[in-house]
Ligand binder design. Structure first.
Ligand SMILES: NC(=O)c1ccc[n+]([C@@H]2O[C@H](COP(=O)([O-])OP(=O)(O)OC[C@H]3O[C@@H](n4cnc5c(N)ncnc54)[C@H](OP(=O)(O)O)[C@@H]3O)[C@@H](O)[C@H]2O)c1
Length: 407
């Protein structure tokens, strides 16, 4: 006969295993057990979109989810977290309530187990696209994170991702950066995208890190920072140069264009069947899944041996824009074609959406560069860091765009 404590232990292990992913784990509110099957009730935050309202997971299966359809590509550990549409969600939730009654509140499943002795890591730009992915990845590895955001309103976002500590301030302020570093051992420095003063912010970060005596400085750079024709790449090269001269133990990650950027035009892709880009459709760009980048960020921070390393992070493919459109068509089952829009029309739209003039003109320089040369890297280093082949575009799009998800 199995001892009661063994049964309880097994039950606990099962519950722990069933917790869907690092992201949702932080948000699971209650769990209960019915006939040996753990049932979880909680709020889920969609990794890509906005927060879903709730989800119910029953054993292996997530039965129902909230109002916003989303995907599971951010949840590689379990592969079952998905969200139904509102009608289905309500109906399935009712079924669960009828079968089990209201979930008992009180059994709070702890957030990811953070190793309290691991070095505290400051992540800057924490509420942005990259910052959120990096925080989730670090938390998934049990690493304690202090998230540096610009505004108080962003604090909840980063807390919900599992950041242990939060701080708000201005990255351009040496005082704010230094305060954010108090008690921190490592920094993951992310500069806001296409920032006119990235070099100055880099200097603030490096000086503060030196004063605070941090033991690791990881810089989120970009693929081919050496390209002077793209000012935002060139500024990153200057920051890299300052790091060489700083005396800090640094690691530099140079990611290619994120696959996630494709999803910015999700609506026109799916509704109109057009994937629009402001450069020729035969332009080849290396792509990388931001999740692979975030996983690499955690690897270089948790494992030894990455001091003074510079890693180019690109996926295996460098598809043309027409090939990307075909891949989107394959994932959605809809006809999708690539179409080049003029730079002028892109500029008008960018202005209308409120993008700043520096960003607009810098991105236009980037489009001209892409049109003339493309932007292609090599995937060997990323594969080595991940210990597996990088995520392919087909796999990424299947997770993001397959029927009923994220559209
Ligand atoms: N997208 C790509 O394909 C790609 C590829 C390779 C590398 N990268 C690099 O990745 C980096 C991050 O890009 P991202 O798209 O994740 O950035 P993002 O979404 O623009 O996020 C930047 C974050 O920084 C915050 N911020 C802005 N100014 C600040 C200030 N003065 N003080 C404190 N916080 C401030 C922003 O807050 P607000 O929301 O309040 O503005 C935002 O939360 C960039 O350096 C980019 O070059 C991107």
């Amino acid at each position: 006969m199995e001892k009661e404590e063994d049964i309880i232990k097994k039950q606990e292990e099962r519950e722990t295993m069933k917790i869907p992913c690092g992201m949702a784990r932080a948000n699971i509110l209650t769990s209960t057990v019915s006939g040996g099957v753990p049932v979880y009730f909680g709020t889920g935050v969609s990794p890509v979109n906005s927060p879903a309202q709730f989800f119910v997971a029953w054993g292996e299966e997530v039965l129902t989810g909230g109002l916003i359809p989303t995907c599971n590509s951010d949840c590689p550990e379990q592969g079952v977290l998905w969200f139904a549409d509102e009608g289905e969600a309500g109906a399935r939730y009712e079924q669960v309530l009828q079968a089990l009654g209201e979930p008992e509140a009180g059994l709070v499943v702890p957030a990811a187990e953070i190793n309290e002795t691991a070095p505290l890591i400051l992540v800057t730009g924490a509420a942005g696209k990259t910052g959120r992915a990096v925080i989730k990845s670090l938390v998934r590895c049990g690493l304690p994170v202090r998230a540096f955001v610009r505004g108080e309103h962003q604090l909840e976002t980063v807390k919900s991702l599992g950041a242990r500590e939060t701080v708000s301030g201005d990255l351009e302020s040496p005082d704010d950066y230094l305060k954010a570093l108090a008690g921190v051992q490592a920094v993951y420095h992310i500069c806001p995208n296409v920032h006119p003063r990235e070099k100055d912010i880099g200097l603030v970060a490096i000086e503060a890190a030196r004063k605070a005596n941090v033991s690791r400085f990881v810089y989120h750079s970009v693929l081919h920072p050496q390209t002077e024709k793209m000012p935002h790449h060139w500024q990153k090269l200057r920051v890299e140069e300052m790091l060489f001269e700083s005396g800090l133990n640094f690691t530099i990650l140079q990611p290619a264009v994120y696959m996630q950027n494709i999803l910015g035009s999700r609506e026109s892709m799916v509704k109109e069947g057009v994937y629009r880009v402001p450069y020729p459709v035969d332009t080849r760009l290396s792509l990388v899944d931001l999740e692979d980048v975030a996983e690499s960020a955690a690897t270089v921070l948790k494992d030894p041996g990455h001091d003074r390393a510079i890693y180019e992070l690109a996926g295996q493919e460098a598809p043309t824009q027409a090939e990307i459109a075909s891949a989107i068509a394959g994932a959605t089952g809809c006809q999708v074609r690539a179409e080049q829009v003029s730079v002028d029309s892109w500029r008008r739209q960018a202005r209308a959406s409120g993008l700043g003039e520096y960003q607009i003109e810098t991105l236009i320089k980037m489009f001209h560069y892409y049109a003339r040369y493309g932007l292609r890297g090599n995937s060997n280093l990323l594969a080595w860091l991940l210990g597996r082949p990088p995520t392919t575009l087909t796999t990424f799009l299947a997770g993001e765009l397959s029927e009923g998800r994220g559209t």
